[in-house]
Design a protein around this ligand. Structure first.
Ligand code: FAD
Length: 483
């Protein structure tokens, strides 16, 4: 759904509708609507060569970081024929931190890129997301993922072990011809050449350098020209843990959670616990969010398991049983950035994306998904330029579209942090009452559950990162041609 905001976008659309004869001019609306999607699908089916058109401008691109963002971007760019080298500091790949959700706005792209066979037997498609009352596990919110999400968004909602996802993306990148160099930390950037220097002193040049180097990005400091805007503490932290499903299946109080692959999220005063099975059903993943103001450098991981139990004392006794089965946990600070003023360096040859550009609390489960969209959008817009002189303009259009999208997702994530964490009282009761129709299978047109709310759903999961940026590029060319 390509959307245009503002009076000018609206006037332009009305003008083009009034000027055209017949219906063939229908493309997009200035208001959020899916009424023209059937026409877009028709045009896509009639012109599948859109996706196999070779680039008109072949670029040599360096990506710093082989996290989910760096690898997604490498795959997307390589599929469009760009020459891509990824430098990763870590001695080996294999993300820590257990599970990750892959919502349809991301899975659609990953599957289109050919990741499906690499994820075979590893990804799970939960049937529902259930919100449960903290003290007794009563279902208070319900999103039907299967079949509704596939039907609505033409793509599955997956959960997967992070290491499985990262290694699958790594293999796909290698098979497509991406040059991935592990144990290759980048020490310095020269944004004007542009080039990077590795820890071993070797210098590597490219046409474009992409910093996908995560929350503590060094590339971001250069892009922001010395005025870094690092993500800030939010007053929350999360314990991340996995539980052995064999132990869970031997107790009827916990075995039911394994029967039907689903996501269950207990919500209460300032805390929540998100759970789902991963690794093809072999592990049970938990993220336990709680208030935490102290400096992460003072945390002791050895006492984390004990603290975690205290945080959830008095919650649903079945949840307490699972928490007691956790053998080890890691405590992570939950940080959030604000929209940055730019992602493209002043030289126009270094850009940032992924967590380096838009870290967010994980309450919409969209952080990595945004990085996948970044990669798709960048590859798309670079495939549309017809001369190297257009590179800077294309990057600026990409930056504008992506800052808007990811800034909104940062906000939506913080909103979930408020919605889920009401103490018992009037707001909690009103929220639960507003989610009741979805629990009872009745028709509803709005919900405080952002996974269910029809308008939020279309915005979050129906978003087409390639189409949005392509449309913005066409508009840019249109405006430039009239200057
Ligand atoms: C508790 C929690 C749950 C989450 N759940 C979800 C979810 O369900 N769904 C979702 O979509 N997102 C989720 N996220 C967010 C997601 O994990 C991140 O948004 C995503 O992993 C960011 O990927 P990235 O590649 O941008 O950064 P990173 O994963 O941080 O990768 C950066 C990479 O760059 C490398 N690097 C850094 N500096 C250098 C250098 N100088 N030289 C070479 N290499 C370098 C690092 O070693 C690293 O490999 C969650 C986050 C948390 C904390």
């Amino acid at each position: 759904m390509a959307q245009h905001t503002g009076v000018i976008g609206c006037q332009k659309h009305m003008g083009s509708l009034l000027n055209r004869k017949g219906y063939s001019g229908l493309q997009i609306t200035s208001y959020p609507s899916r009424s023209l999607n059937f026409l877009q699908r028709l045009h896509q089916n009639n012109s599948t060569q859109d996706h196999v058109l070779p680039n008109k401008v072949n670029l040599k691109i360096i990506i710093v970081g082989a996290g989910l963002g760096g690898l997604a971007t490498a795959i997307a760019l390589r599929r469009r024929g760009q020459s891509v080298t990824v430098f990763e500091r870590a001695p080996e790949l294999g993300e820590v931190g257990a599970g990750i959700q892959i919502p349809p706005n991301s899975s659609r792209l990953l599957l289109e890129w050919g990741l499906g066979p690499y994820l075979e037997g590893k990804a799970i498609e939960p049937t529902t997301i259930k919100f449960r009352r903290w003290e007794n596990g009563e279902v208070i919110g319900l999103t039907r993922l299967v079949p509704d999400f596939r039907k609505s968004f033409d793509a599955p909602y997956y959960v997967v072990h992070r290491a499985n996802l990262q290694l699958s993306m790594y293999k796909l990148a290698l098979d497509l011809g991406v040059d991935v160099r592990i144990k290759s930390g980048v020490r310095t950037y020269d944004p004007s050449t542009p080039s990077i220097m590795l820890d071993d002193g070797s210098v590597h040049r490219a046409d474009l350098i992409i910093g996908a180097d995560g929350l503590k990005s060094e590339a971001r400091k250069i892009v922001l020209d010395g005025e870094d805007q690092p993500p800030q503490r939010t007053g929350f932290a999360a314990y991340r843990a996995m539980v052995d499903v064999k132990r869970m299946s031997s107790d009827p109080d916990t075995a039911w959670l394994l029967d039907n692959p689903g996501q269950n999220c207990w919500i209460g005063d300032m805390r929540h616990v998100m759970t789902y099975t991963i690794a093809g059903g072999k592990s049970f993943n938990m993220v336990l969010s709680h208030p935490e103001d102290s400096d992460p450098s003072t945390w002791k991981q050895e006492t984390a398991a004990q603290e975690m139990k205290q945080h959830f004392e008095g919650w649903d006794h079945r949840l307490a049983k699972i928490i007691n089965m956790i053998e080890g946990t890691l405590k992570w600070p939950l940080l959030s950035g604000k929209p940055l003023k730019r992602w493209v360096s002043l030289s126009g040859k270094l850009i940032i994306l992924g967590d380096a550009a838009h870290s967010m609390v994980p309450y919409m489960s969209e952080g990595a998904a945004m990085a996948v969209e970044d990669g798709a959008a960048l590859a798309e817009i670079l495939s549309l330029i017809t001369s190297p002189h257009q590179l800077y303009s294309a990057l600026k259009v990409f930056e504008r579209v992506r800052i808007l999208r990811t800034g909104q997702m940062q906000e939506a994530s913080l909103v979930n942090g408020k919605l889920w964490h009401f103490p018992d009282g009037p707001e909690q009761r009103a929220r639960d009452a507003a989610m009741r129709p979805e629990v009872e299978g009745k028709h509803f047109i709005e919900s405080p559950n952002q996974w269910s709310d029809p308008m939020t759903q279309v915005w979050a999961y129906g978003y087409d990162a390639e189409k949005e940026v392509a449309e913005a590029w066409r508009e840019h060319l249109d405006v430039s041609s009239k200057l």
